[in-house]
Design a protein around this ligand. Structure first.
Ligand code: SF4
Ligand code: SF4
Length: 76
């Protein structure tokens, strides 16, 4: 199994919220950004990204971030 940690680069985040849509769909079956285990806050041109305590690091959200604001970094 692929082992990785998730690296975050808020400076590359566009605020598209695809990560939140992907996570919520994967774990709740519906597109509900507020239910996602990753939360992106957009303030002007700045984005902050945080993971909730429920996040298990599965990486689904990373696969839908097309701007490299979320990246998988191999471990080991
Ligand atoms: S790593 Fe998995 S559980 Fe955590 S926010 Fe991303 S999709 Fe959700
Ligand atoms: S982290 Fe990636 S997928 Fe999530 S809002 Fe930012 S650019 Fe979009």
């Amino acid at each position: 199994m692929e082992k990785f940690t998730i690296r975050v680069n808020p400076g590359s985040c566009t605020g598209c919220l695809l990560c939140q849509l992907a996570c919520s769909e994967h774990y709740t079956g519906s597109f509900n950004p507020s239910a996602a285990r990753v939360q992106v806050d957009v303030s002007g041109i700045d984005c902050s990204i945080r993971f909730t305590e429920e996040c298990n690091g599965c990486g689904v959200c990373v696969d839908y971030c097309f701007y490299e604001a979320l990246r998988k970094e191999a471990v080991g």
